[in-house]
Write a protein that binds this ligand. Structure first.
Ligand SMILES: [Ca+2]
Ligand SMILES: [Ca+2]
Ligand SMILES: [Ca+2]
Length: 261
């Protein structure tokens, strides 16, 4: 009798060990929070506020840059992109380049460009920080030839920004969710428009999960301040949708150095 009990225990331990080795990449969130209020939000401790396209001050105006300066995105990859114009101030840090990650976010050019698990909610000290999360989720641009990331600078932004402040850098993702599908060219289309004025806009033209497993929002360099629009919230990202983030001190760099005689 005693021998039988011991044998059964050994079988159970062995079975548990095998099961623990099984992981599924796409089901490993960084955290299990959920966040969505919509409409308007903020200010955060830095002073950012947001308004989405249910408000008149934030119209959805898609700027299609498909084909412009392809990043060569694959699954969990990223590239550094030099910004046009005078740079972009994000939480008080002036960026002249940004890291363009295939998983739907921007961060420092030298930062972690491969993170496929979205932080939710932010701030979250897990890298990367800062994050300008447009639609941060486990995307996969590695299977369809049509899937990639694109970027461009416009001295006069096709999507008009705040009066008198018209240049913009645009980053666009035409991609798929992991594990990708060569037979379904594009599942997700979203973009970030970074104005010379420091304001930024997230726009969503096509999504399949509607925000249920993604983060959209901004986090500062030290992961102490953030303003999320939504993260891991079902039916929160419904195209056509724009979300405008307003910098508390929207002064373009080229005007800061102007001296009046
Ligand atoms: Ca992560
Ligand atoms: Ca972080
Ligand atoms: Ca991915």
């Amino acid at each position: 009798m005693k021998k039988t009990v011991i044998a059964l225990a050994v079988v159970l331990v062995a079975s548990g060990g095998i099961h623990a080795q099984t992981t599924k990449k796409d089901s490993e969130p960084e955290s299990t929070g959920s966040f969505f209020f919509g409409g308007t939000g903020g200010p955060d401790a830095f002073g950012y506020t947001y308004a989405d396209s249910t408000n008149p001050e934030c119209a959805f105006q898609w700027v299609d840059i498909t084909g412009s300066n392809p990043a060569g995105h694959g699954d969990d990859t990223g590239v550094a992109v030099a910004l046009g114009g005078a740079g972009f101030d994000f939480y008080g840090t002036l960026h002249n380049s940004l890291g363009f990650a295939s998983n739907g976010y921007l961060t420092d050019a030298a930062g972690d460009l491969t993170d496929f698990t979205n932080d939710c909610p932010q701030p979250n000290a897990t890298d990367p920080s800062p994050t300008l999360a447009v639609y941060w989720d486990d995307m996969d641009a590695g299977d369809s030839p049509a899937a990639d990331g694109f970027s461009n600078y416009f001295a006069v932004c096709p999507r008009p920004g705040p009066p008198g402040l018209q240049g913009c850098n645009v980053f666009q993702w035409n991609t798929q969710h992991f594990p990708g599908d060569a037979g379904n060219p594009i599942q997700e289309m979203f973009q970030a428009i970074l104005y010379d004025s420091y304001h930024y806009v997230l726009q969503f033209d096509l999504t399949t999960e509607a925000g249920s497993s993604s983060t959209s929002g901004g986090e500062n360099d030290t992961a102490t301040i953030a303003l999320d629009y939504a993260c891991n919230a079902a039916a929160s990202i419904n195209p056509p949708l724009a979300v405008c983030f307003f910098h508390p001190n929207p002064i373009p760099v080229e005007l800061e150095s102007v001296t009046v005689e």
